[in-house]
Design a protein around this ligand. Structure first.
Ligand SMILES: *Cc1c(COP(=O)(O)O)cnc(C)c1O
Length: 286
């Protein structure tokens, strides 16, 4: 396995370092690569089926599909019913995951929760269930590898930052690097909800600091200031995702003065479907 490089960018006159986990692989990149590391290093004969569930344009879905293609494992992915739009016009992460061999199964809205809760019943030894977004203690191993890379690269900062969905990445990174501060922001729900999800995995370490965004954002909705932040970063030389990264970058610029090493969490392939929605909502951007 190769170590991802560290780049420098200048933003509003400040220098930031970026750990380029986005460059690891077109599909299997960012924190999904780190979170799936334990499975990626599992000999392929040991398993034959992966099961997961969640959103239809999920980055985790695409990363798992790419992993299963590499390994020759079957991949069953459960979601609520597709929107009529996506059914007609298969696009972006969803289309790519299907091309990689993902078998998609829609579950009726009113049966969904109960169905998901039964996924682990009667599993055979060669099948693994990955919870939505890869929120699992098995993510720990890959984040320890990331921590070791950072130690070896010795970037001369004391502060790291990475955005949170389930919080799995930020939590295990902070646990693996107690000598660094790790900043994160919630993207799904508020700080309390994020802490709750993290606590389901591990007690919260002191060096993990959750910054509060100035405004309440709803996950995966287009916001003008997110697009502006995305463009600012793109002009500075690096493309970031439109769902998680903008809110953390805004918080870092507004609330933090120390020099930061930002861990790129990947997800750039999802921008195709998000940009379409941005251009639809803000006609003047096109
Ligand atoms: C999945 C994802 C996250 C969230 O990671 P968690 O470990 O669930 O907190 C952040 N950024 C990107 C780009 C992602 O795809």
């Amino acid at each position: 396995m190769t170590t991802s490089p560290i780049s420098k960018i200048i933003l509003e006159g400040r220098e930031f370092l970026v750990k380029r986990d986005d460059l690891i692989d077109p599909y299997l990149a960012g924190n999904k690569y780190r979170k799936l590391y334990a499975l990626l290093t599992t000999p392929k004969e040991q398993l034959n089926t992966i099961i997961s569930y969640g959103g239809t344009q999920s980055n985790a879905m695409l990363a798992i599909a790419a992993m299963c293609k590499k390994k020759g494992w079957k991949f069953f992915y459960y979601t609520k019913p597709l929107s009529s739009f996506l059914k007609r016009d298969k696009s972006a992460n969803y289309a790519d995951a299907l091309c990689l061999g993902m078998q998609h199964i829609e579950i009726e809205e009113n049966m969904y929760r109960e169905f998901i809760s039964t996924l682990r019943f009667n599993l055979d030894k060669k099948t693994v269930v990955i919870d939505q977004g890869g929120a699992d203690v098995s993510a720990k191993a890959g984040l320890e590898v990331l921590a070791q890379e950072i130690r070896e690269q010795n970037p001369n900062v004391k502060v790291l930052a990475t955005p949170s969905g389930t919080g799995t990445t930020a939590l295990f990174l902070a646990l693996a690097l107690p000598e660094y501060i790790v900043y994160t922001t919630p993207s799904v729900g508020d700080i309390e909800y994020l802490k709750e999800q993290m606590r389901a995995l591990h007690r919260l370490p002191k060096n993990l600091i959750i910054l509060k965004p100035k405004k309440k954002y709803h996950f995966a909705k287009p916001y003008r200031e997110f697009y502006e932040m995305y463009m600012k970063l793109l002009n500075a030389g690096i493309e970031f995702d439109l769902l998680y990264a903008p809110s953390l970058w805004i918080a870092l610029l507004e609330q933090i003065e120390e020099k930061v090493l930002y861990i790129h969490s990947g997800g750039v392939s999802g921008n195709r479907s998000m940009l379409e929605r941005y251009f639809k909502k803000f006609k003047e951007l096109t």
